[in-house]
Design a protein around this ligand. Structure first.
Ligand code: G6P
Length: 362
């Protein structure tokens, strides 16, 4: 039974460990024998006619959208923006002439996201829901649906749905970019990359004892912590911080590393944990200097770094994959650091206080 936690103490750990299998399953589901993505032509046609893609979601799904927007803009070349559904529903920004909406929702039931979709349908705008739950409300009401095939996600803190959402966005961007004859999409071998990602995730989840030790040493005591990064690493830092705060109750913030010195660095004290995510060639050196700036103010710094950028004293080394897909790996140690911090405090990892798995009120 997929919804059984078996030998695992908590669903969250099981779901973190399932991520390599989910990546492999997505490769199976979304590619034909010739390695071509099997995305519905009608969907590709509809998206290709848009002048702007609007990604809408809440919580972790919103964070997966932040990554997706970067991938769509790079591979497809259609301007893409990402919106928190509870904001978009009630303060709609000025829209482009030919909008296309992408709803990201693990459950397919989030009330604020549905509120946006109701309005989208009133205007006859085309939409796609990317969800883990077939026939969920958002799936039924959108023009198109693509599924996450992640299996039931029970822990309140979302893990495998986040990585599945990013993988599906990447597959869709590849298919759409190719449909629109974009050379950069043609050159992006997402199928091969997702295989590398699955193996990379496996090697990270096989190093749990390292992550447990780092959590005990750096995160078990402090009341607050920071994840920092630039570009796509910044987007991941928001999700990494959310994991830590929702299950371990550490007040965590994900921050654009270059922006720290404009105010937030004032919060750094002796022992404040600052975790740098470093996967992008162009910004690696800059984030490293920002980490040093926090260290000079007493921070205990940690690094999550892609292998080709790694130095001797880095803490967590990620196998190399295409930079655009690096979030699929860099988030995994952050999920496990949050897990072990919560576990170490004796908290109920799967059912954190005040939170629900699916938020069906506005
Ligand atoms: C709740 C859950 C989060 C989730 C968010 C959006 O807050 O606790 O894990 O990311 O809802 O849910 P959805 O089902 O729309 O992805």
């Amino acid at each position: 039974n997929a919804a059984d936690k078996g030998a695992y103490p908590f669903y969250m750990l099981k779901e973190v460990d399932e991520q390599p299998a989910v990546m492999r399953k997505l490769v199976q589901k979304y590619f034909d024998e010739d390695g071509k993505p099997t995305i519905d032509e009608e969907l590709l046609k509809s998206m290709s006619e848009a002048d702007h893609l609007y990604i809408v979601g809440a919580g972790t799904s919103y964070h997966a959208g932040l990554i997706g927007a970067r991938i769509f803009e790079k591979l497809v070349g259609i301007p893409t923006s990402v919106h928190i559904s509870s904001e978009f529903a009630y303060e709609q920004p000025l829209l482009s002439k030919k909008p296309f909406f992408i709803f990201l929702s693990q459950s397919g039931e989030t009330a604020d996201s549905r509120e946006v979709l109701v309005n989208v349908n009133k205007n006859n705008w085309p939409s796609l829901t990317i969800t883990n739950v077939d026939k969920s409300t958002l799936s039924r009401e959108a023009t198109f649906t693509e599924l996450l095939y992640a299996g039931p996600e029970i822990a309140v803190a979302s893990t495998k749905a986040y990585t599945a959402q990013i993988a599906v966005e990447a597959i869709l961007a590849k298919a759409l970019g190719e449909y629109m004859n974009k050379p950069v999409a043609g050159a992006f071998d997402v199928k091969h990359q997702l295989g590398l990602v699955a193996n990379g995730m496996q090697s990270i989840t096989d190093s749990k004892s390292i992550l447990k030790d780092l959590s005990d040493k750096y995160l078990s005591k402090p009341r607050n912590a920071f994840y920092i990064g630039r570009g796509i690493d910044w987007s991941v830092s928001l999700e990494a911080a959310l994991k830590l705060k929702e299950i371990s109750y550490v007040q965590a913030e994900g921050f654009a590393s270059g922006e720290l010195k404009h105010g937030t660095i004032a919060l750094i004290e002796k022992g404040t944990p600052v975790i740098g995510i470093i996967t992008q060639d162009r910004t690696a050196g800059l984030t490293r200097s920002n980490l040093e700036e926090t260290e000079a103010r007493g921070a205990n710094t940690l690094t999550i770094v892609s292998r080709h950028l790694a130095k001797d004293n880095d803490n967590i080394i990620l196998p190399d994959v295409d930079e655009l897909l690096s979030p699929l790996l860099s988030v995994v140690p952050a999920q496990l650091l949050a897990y072990y911090t919560s576990l170490g405090k004796g908290l109920d990892v799967d059912k954190p206080r005040n939170l629900a798995k699916s938020v069906t009120v506005q």
